[in-house]
Design a protein around this ligand. Structure first.
Ligand code: 1PR
Length: 524
């Protein structure tokens, strides 16, 4: 029996799924007394440091937690739960941490994109039982903007490089805590959790840790999901967003099954886009929630879900906030949510009024679940113009001329799955969303979608240059060479593809094998 501290924010589902996969029964902590009687305690911290400490304090869990830690009973903390062990955090300067270890939590101060999202390595500083069956050159999944500066040298278990060398895990006796997410680190992460659970395992030092660790470029498989005309939920794929072929919705497979296949092949993340959610409210579309639940039981890499995240009033007059919709997705196993149409409308409003309300879906979800949990999915279309001043938008000079010889273009945002073009460009959208608290940009391109002709490098470069958060390049991948090209010619942190994988043209493992000598990737 494992006791899990669920303080009410974020995706504890993933951790429960990972522990259950290891054959454990999980009991949730509700009171201090539950902590007092726990035999092994797992604490998955998510979101904002201040919000987390406040909830722990309100629920009177701080003293029982500190007693548990001081008694040196088996403890595994994840992400913000690692940070909670320290004295304070720059994220919430007025809110003290548990102070179990000396040191503070700092924000990354680097030219690299923040949050630090993705798969990075580790360098072991001391032997531990969590290293059993690991050799040191594996990559683990991180997603955070803050890191711990641990003043007790002897407690540092591993460090990782990202602009600076930071502490990526600590161990003091039976207390272990990691900045990375073992529950999202595939088979390696499951081994780490298994080693923690088995206190009879000996402490060892992995032999092949790198001198310097590097963040891997991510390969993401995307599943566009909708009901077909028979009412079955299917993975589909459009050509420039048109998913119908001879009148029928193209059916490329079952979502849960395909997601598992891609996980086994080495996908670094899986994204589900509920592509008709702009008209069918997702909380009424329970099969999609069920897809997420089933997938998260067997897929131990990050899951993003998008589609229909916005305020909504159902036919009985009941109003749901975007935050409620997102919360349901998180509870069902999502690690990140992606917002498409609503982001465009929010940015239009901010530009019109000149101020943010603090109440938009982006701001609300980022506040509760953290910036890293909010992805903005952009669906732009290229519009050619004669001169840079032709429109009041971010215009670029293109290598490719338009149908009438135009040398310039801008990227028009669309909503409702590309059905409606708006008077807003993708660069401005990305910048304002970053300011509102988004953690990542998923950059599609309608012109390139389904064409197999390669990514739109001009679009990716112009958005990448405008923001400091990670950018996922999407649309157009038709060969392994296209992934190499996007990573060599742009600074995108990840590349996402759909058709190439669904049509089984090039499996993910082959893309990775092709990249591995030139690009830093997570080995399959
Ligand atoms: O607007 O918040 O409800 O979200 C709806 C989401 O659904 C958006 O993220 C939007 O991108 C997506 N979407 C809506 N309609 C479609 C469609 O295809 N008709 N799919 C759609 C978007 C783009 C990518 C695709 C890449 C790679 N599809 O998901 O996977 O272009 O494709 P490729 O590798 O085959 O070229 P909201």
């Amino acid at each position: 029996m494992i006791t899990l501290l669920d303080y009410g924010a974020g995706n504890v589902r993933s951790v429960i799924n990972a522990l259950e996969r290891l054959g454990e029964t999980v009991e949730l902590v509700e009171t201090g007394a539950d902590i007092a009687k726990a035999r092994r305690l797992v604490f998955p911290g998510v979101g904002n440091f201040g919000a987390m400490m406040r909830i722990l304090s309100d629920k009177q869990l701080i003293e029982p937690l500190l007693s548990y830690l001081r008694e040196d009973r088996p403890f595994f903390g994840i992400c913000v739960a690692l940070q909670a062990l320290f004295e304070s955090s720059e994220e919430a300067p007025d809110m003290p941490g548990l102070g179990f270890l000396p040191g503070t939590v700092k924000r990354f101060d680097t030219d690299l994109s923040v949050p630090h999202i993705g798969w990075n390595g580790y360098k072991a500083r001391q032997p531990s039982r969590i290293f059993n069956d690991l050799n040191g050159n594996e990559k683990l999944y991180f997603v955070h903007s803050y890191y711990v500066d641990c003043e007790e040298e002897g407690a540092i278990l591993t460090t990782t490089d990202y602009g600076t060398e930071f502490v990526s895990s600590v161990q003091k006796g039976n207390i272990i805590a990691t900045q990375f997410h073992p529950e999202k680190s595939g088979r390696v992460g499951l081994k780490i959790l298994k080693n923690f659970l088995d206190s009879t395992r000996e402490s060892i030092l992995p032999q092949n840790c790198p001198q310097t660790t590097k963040l891997a470029k991510r390969i993401i498989a995307c599943l566009d999901v909708r009901s077909n005309d028979q009412g079955d939920l299917v993975v589909t794929k459009g050509d420039q967003y048109d998913v119908r072929e001879k009148g029928d919705v193209r059916n490329l497979g079952k979502p849960v099954q395909l997601a598992e296949e891609y996980y086994q092949q080495g996908a670094d993340e899986i994204t589900f886009l509920n592509i008709t959610a702009f008209r069918d409210f997702p909380l009424e579309d329970m099969p999609m929630i069920e897809v997420l639940r089933q997938t998260s039981k067997n897929v131990f890499v990050p899951l993003t879900i998008g589609g229909g995240i916005r305020d909504f009033t159902d036919r009985n007059g009941r109003t749901y906030s975007a935050l409620e919709v997102a919360s349901e997705y998180f509870r069902s196993g999502a690690d990140k949510i992606s917002i498409g149409s609503d982001a465009v409308l929010i940015v239009e409003e901010v530009l019109k009024t000149g101020k943010a309300t603090g109440m938009s879906s982006i701001e609300q979800i980022a506040r509760v679940y953290g910036n890293q949990a909010v992805v903005i999915s952009v669906d732009p279309r290229r519009v050619y113009v004669d001169s840079p001043d032709a429109v009041k938008h971010h215009v670029i000079k293109s290598k490719f001329s338009g149908p009438n010889g135009e040398e310039y273009c801008w990227y028009q945002c669309t909503i409702k799955g590309g059905r409606e073009g708006r008077d807003l460009d993708a660069v401005t959208l990305a910048k304002v969303c970053e300011e509102l608290g988004a953690g990542e940009i998923l950059l599609n391109c309608i012109d390139k979608d389904g064409t197999n002709s390669g990514f739109d490098l001009e679009l990716i470069n112009s958005v990448r240059d405008a923001v400091t958060i990670p950018v996922i390049a999407s649309s157009g991948a038709g060969s392994a060479e296209h992934f190499l090209e996007v990573f060599l010619k742009t600074d995108a942190e990840a590349a996402l593809a759909a058709g190439i994988f669904h049509r089984k043209e090039v499996p993910i493992s082959e893309v990775k094998t092709y990249l591995q000598d030139t690009i830093e990737i997570r080995p399959v």
